[in-house]
Design a protein around this ligand. Structure first.
Ligand SMILES: NC(=O)C1=CN([C@@H]2O[C@H](COP(=O)(O)OP(=O)(O)OC[C@H]3O[C@@H](n4cnc5c(N)ncnc54)[C@H](O)[C@@H]3O)[C@@H](O)[C@H]2O)C=CC1
Ligand SMILES: O=P(O)(O)OC[C@H]1O[C@](O)(CO)[C@@H](O)[C@@H]1O
Length: 438
């Protein structure tokens, strides 16, 4: 039996293989991937290893995020511990070894959750899938209690505020009596903020790479709330490159309302203008002006007002410029269609477009560029994305004004009236420009 601590990661996709597993593996964990995709699990068990290709060339400070006053679980650790250099190049490949795969629909997964060496469960499956994996995790927790296992921590690495809390709610709903009591004492559910751009990777474009290989940007930031971690607000086996925060909210909001906000606006405007990738879109001056305006003059100002003890405008401007540089990284071939996927989720009230617009209204900040971003998301059309059909239908059923009010709670005569008018105006302009183009 391996004496290494173990971690189970749900979702052996881009972020799982390209970000979470490499940090776990570098920190000494034996990584067990679990996924519904049998061919992926079979490939993992045949190859047991894969490469992580670093797709840009950056300086040290871009490798790991600047977390200001955060408590860090490790000082300056990074993936570069896998290779001897700290300045990366396009040719740099880190090998992740000794990984294992377990199909998520089998009892083998329950046995993995029982395993005495298991310390951690992480997920990166997509927010809507959280509901589907919760019953399996609950069954695993029951089995672990019966087997006399020790405490574990669970961290959902999804792009949303409070993703682990959502998972916890679903898992707890499946536990009763002694199982529920045991879980309360022994299972830590910690929210996190997870930031690394990992688009799909085409191994045929890279020498000697396998179907399991992934391509990632050098930058990464993983911030986890410390309070809920068992047993004492820390991980028994620390993860190099993960940072712990007493108060996650400011960092969570900063990431979602900056990186993801800017990314989404770039994707939707880029798609409307016929650009294929994020790098192509951000090279378009008109889009750049809108993205910079949204992040610097709107969401950024609101974030600094909401969290003055954490962020100031000067430091935030640097954060924004670093993000724009990340979008400009042409080595990361990131399709606007990937970044714009599921626009309805992205138009959620707490999500990356409407969330910061509402925050701006709360602090009396003028909203122009975010309004354009919201309008661009409403104009996004892609036959392969069912959200876009739903949006089209809702606009036709409720009228664009009614639908904007439903999504944003801004409307005529209310607090967000000016923003509402701007979204409507932008929507009409973008639609007009689109029909002229066609
Ligand atoms: N790719 C990226 O750059 C980033 C992604 N994220 C978040 O990470 C999550 C995953 O994103 P990606 O890795 O890009 O997606 P992906 O599609 O590459 O990977 C998701 C994996 O989850 C698996 N899966 C689906 N249903 C499952 C189930 N019921 N049980 C077990 N596995 C299941 C899929 O088969 C797939 O392998 C999303 O929430 C995303 O927002 C967060 C930061 C960066
Ligand atoms: O994964 P989601 O939430 O669909 O959104 C795509 C976004 O996630 C990321 O993949 C990583 O944060 C970004 O590249 C992008 O903003």
């Amino acid at each position: 039996m391996s004496i290494k601590p173990r971690a189970i990661h749900f979702g052996a996709g881009n972020i799982g293989r390209g970000f979470i597993a490499p940090l776990l593996s570098t920190s000494g964990y034996h990584v067990v991937f679990t996924d519904v995709d049998k061919s992926l699990i079979d490939a993992i068990n045949q190859q047991r290893a894969y490469g992580v290709h670093i797709l840009d060339s950056t300086s040290d400070d871009a490798v790991n995020g600047d977390n200001g006053s955060l408590h860090s679980s490790s000082s300056s650790a990074s993936l570069s511990t896998l290779s001897s250099v700290s300045t990366v190049s396009t040719a740099e490949v880190h090998e992740i070894k000794h990984v294992k795969g377990v199909l998520s629909t089998t009892d083998a997964l329950i046995h993995e959750i029982e395993h005495p060496k298991l310390k951690l469960i992480t997920t990166a499956v997509g927010l809507p899938v959280i509901d589907k994996i919760a019953p399996t995790i609950a069954n695993g927790i029951k089995a672990r209690r019966k087997a006399g296992g020790g405490p574990i921590n669970i961290i959902a690495c999804e792009n949303a505020i409070g993703a682990t809390a959502k998972l916890a709610e679903k898992v707890r709903a499946k536990l009763e009596g002694d199982d529920a009591k045991w879980a309360e004492k022994n299972v830590g559910f910690a929210n996190c903020s997870v930031d690394r751009i990992v688009p799909p990777f085409d191994p045929s474009e890279h020498d000697e790479s396998s179907e399991l290989d992934v391509g990632v940007e050098a930058f990464y930031e993983w911030v986890v709330e410390s309070g809920p971690l068992k047993p004492n607000g820390e991980l028994e086996v620390p993860i190099e490159g993960m940072r712990l925060a007493d108060n996650l909210k400011p960092y969570n909001e900063r990431k979602l309302f900056t990186l993801n906000t800017g990314h989404a606006i770039t994707a939707y405007l880029g798609h409307l203008k016929g650009h294929a990738t994020i790098a192509d879109s951000i090279a378009d001056e008109e889009i750049l002006v809108c993205v910079r305006g949204a992040l610097l003059k709107e969401s950024g100002v609101a974030l600094c007002k909401r969290h003055p003890e954490y962020f100031n405008e000067e430091q935030h401007a640097e954060y924004v410029e670093k993000i724009i540089k990340r979008f400009e990284n042409a080595a990361v071939k990131d399709d606007v269609v990937r970044v714009g996927r599921q626009p309805l989720r992205k138009l959620g009230k707490e999500d990356r477009l409407v969330g910061p617009a509402r925050m701006c209204v709360e602090y009396g900040i003028d909203v122009r560029f975010l309004a354009t971003g919201i309008a661009a998301a409403l104009c996004y059309e892609n036959d392969e994305d069912e959200d876009t059909t739903k949006i089209k239908q809702a606009v036709s059923d409720k009228g664009v004004e009614g639908y904007i009010t439903e999504l944003t709670e801004f409307g005529k005569g209310g607090e967000g009236e000016v923003v509402f008018e701007r979204i409507v105006q932008s929507y009409n302009e973008l639609k007009g420009a689109k029909s002229q183009k066609n």
